[in-house]
Design a binder for this molecule. Sequence first.
Ligand code: ADP
Ligand code: MG
Length: 285
Amino acid sequence: MPNEPAPNHPAVQVIDVVRDYPRPRTSLLGPTPVVHALRGVSLEVKQGERFGIVGESGCGKSTLLRLIAALDRPTAGQVVVEGTDITTLPERRLRFLRENLQLVFQDPMSSLDPRMRVRDIIAEPLVVQGHPASGERVRELLEAVGLSADAGDRYPHQFSGGQRQRISIARALAPRPRILIADEPVSALDVSVRAQVLNLISDLVDELNLTLIFVSHDLSVVKHVCDRVAVMNAGQIVETGPTADVYAAPQHPYTQRLVSAIPTLERALSGATTTDLLPSKGETA
Ligand SMILES: Nc1ncnc2c1ncn2[C@@H]1O[C@H](COP(=O)(O)OP(=O)(O)O)[C@@H](O)[C@H]1O
Ligand SMILES: [Mg+2]
C-alpha cells in the first residue's frame, strides 16, 4: 500500500544552516576551538525528487542529514520538513517526522542489532511507534527488497553485506515513509553488489513514490540514482543543478576535480577488476 499523500509543501527546506561543534581543547587558554561542520547551507528538495549530495569525506554531508532528520540541532538557520519548521520543535512533536522520514546508513553491520532476528529488526520501527507489524507485512517487506520469507528467522551475521543493506532498506520502509534518506548506502559494499543495491533503491523510490535524499562521496553513484545534485565542499554547497548537467559541464573548480576523477570509479562500479583499472601499456596514467 502506498504512503499517505504528502502535504503540499517542498519535502525539505534547509535555510542558511550553520553547525559548529566544539573541538577538544589542546590548551587551557583562549576560546573553545570550534569545528565549522556546516557554514551556511541552503537547499530545497521537492516532493518526489531524487536529490543527491556529493562531496569528499568530512565536508559535512552526514551532519546535514542528521539535522534534516532532527537527530541533531543546527547552531543557526532553519530546517523545514513538509512545511513544518523542525528547528526548535520539542522531541514529542517530532512524531510526524519519525514516521514520514527514514534513514539508511553506510554500514549495515553496525546499524543492525546482531542479537535480533531479521523479522524483529524490520518490525522495530513500527513497534516503537505503537503499531506492531504483522508477519505478513514483514514478509511483504522482505519480498520488496529481494529476500526470501525465511530470511526473517535468521540473524544479521548470516547475511552478506549487500543482503544486510537490503534488510536496512526493508526496516526503513516499514513505517511507509514519504522521505528516504540514504547516507553512503553502498560505500561499504563490494563493488560487485553496489549496482544491485542502487537499482533496488531506485526501483523502490519509483514504486513507492518516495522523495530520496542520497549522499555519496562518489558522483558516479549519485548520477546513477539522482535527478538533481548539490556539491558540498568544506561545509558549503558550491554548486547545485540537474545531475546530468553538473556531470557533463561542472561549473565550480571543485566539481570539475570531482568529475575528472570519475571514469576510473565508474568502471569500478560496473565491476571492472583492478587490472582493468590500471593503464594499459603505452597509455599514460
Ligand atoms: N559530533 C561531532 N562532534 C565534533 N565534530 C564533528 C561531529 N560530527 C561531525 N564532526 C566534524 O564535522 C565535520 C563534518 O563531518 P561529517 O558531517 O561527518 O562529514 P561527511 O559525512 O561529509 O564525511 C568533520 O570535520 C567532522 O570531524
Ligand atoms: Mg558521512
